[in-house]
Design a protein around this ligand. Structure first.
Ligand SMILES: Nc1ncnc2c1ncn2[C@@H]1O[C@H](COP(=O)(O)OP(=O)(O)OP(=O)(O)O)[C@@H](O)[C@H]1O
Ligand SMILES: [Mg+2]
Length: 257
């Protein structure tokens, strides 16, 4: 299977600290790939490097075999890479529907003039976008809350809404940063199943960060483990879970908590 995303010797230094140190891995096309590691391991920094939020110190990021290293974030999003954030980012005072609709607008094709003068193409597009937003809410099980203010959604559903907004941008690769953070075990299990469904339905690839190893064992086909910015292990969930280096890193981290 070919890779949709490939990191080659990716390195990011902040002053003297190598937050990400010579990390290489490949996310297979259509795969669900897990990136795990203790606090401060460099997981979110890797997302910020892939999406162009941080400039790479060394190494390369290839998306569909083309370099996207250090491109502007909007160009990387346009190419088909979208993400969610570790801290939820929503328009808190807008309804659930409007949160998704504004994201749909970002992938719309009409010009500003057409929108301003409400030309026919704008009207047609607008109707299609509203349909698209409605469909996404259906798929994600949020339709019955469409007119609730995002602020008033339970936490687990806010996380789901954020994923819905990312899907509205028509990604080929979806990056999820700790999507289950703050969820109870039931919500987490439901979310993990949903990620599998999203992958099949939208025919996309997923790179998911998790802090807790057990959560993603069931959903990922492949896992990459980081510790202090470096690769600790890489392989199937089973091989990684039984790797003594991984077990030690996690036990060490738990003792510190
Ligand atoms: N903008 C920044 N400036 C300086 N240091 C940073 C910056 N961003 C991250 N770091 C440092 O890089 C290291 C990796 O941070 P990162 O946020 O990538 O970890 P993480 O694996 O996502 O951890 P967590 O599980 O806590 O979210 C940490 O030591 C962090 O303090
Ligand atoms: Mg993080």
């Amino acid at each position: 299977m070919s890779a949709i995303l490939e990191l080659k010797g990716l390195t990011k230094r902040f002053g003297g600290l190598a937050a990400v140190n010579d990390v290489s891995f490949a996310v297979p096309e259509g795969g669900i790939f897990g990136l795990i590691g203790p606090n401060g391991a460099g997981k979110t920094t890797i997302f910020n490097l892939i999406t162009g939020v941080y400039k790479v110190t060394a190494g390369d990021v290839l998306f569909q075999d083309k370099p996207i290293t250090n491109l502007d974030p909007y160009r990387i999003a346009d190419a088909g890479v979208t993400r969610t954030f570790q801290n939820i980012r929503l328009f808190k005072n807008l309804s659930v529907f409007d949160n998704v609709l504004t994201a749909c607008h970002m992938s719309a094709h009409y010009s500003l003039a057409e929108a301003l003068f409400r030309l026919p193409r704008f009207g047609r597009e607008e109707k299609l976008l509203r349909e698209k937003a409605g469909n996404l809410l259906d798929i994600m099980g949020l339709s019955d809350r469409a007119y609730v203010e995002a602020n008033n959604l339970p936490y687990g559903l806010q996380r789901r809404l954020e994923i819905t907004r990312a899907l509205a941008l028509d990604p080929k690769l979806l990056l999820l940063d700790e999507p289950a953070a703050g969820m109870n075990p039931d919500e987490t299990l439901h979310l993990m199943r949903l990620i599998g469904e999203i992958r099949s339905r939208f025919k996309l690839s997923v790179l998911v960060i998790e802090h807790h190893m057990d959560l993603i064992m069931g959903v990922c086909e492949h896992i990459h483990v980081l510790n202090f910015g470096c690769t600790l292990a890489n392989g199937s969930p089973e091989s990684v879970a039984h790797d003594p280096k991984v077990v030690e890193a996690y036990l060490g981290a738990e003792e510190e908590e």
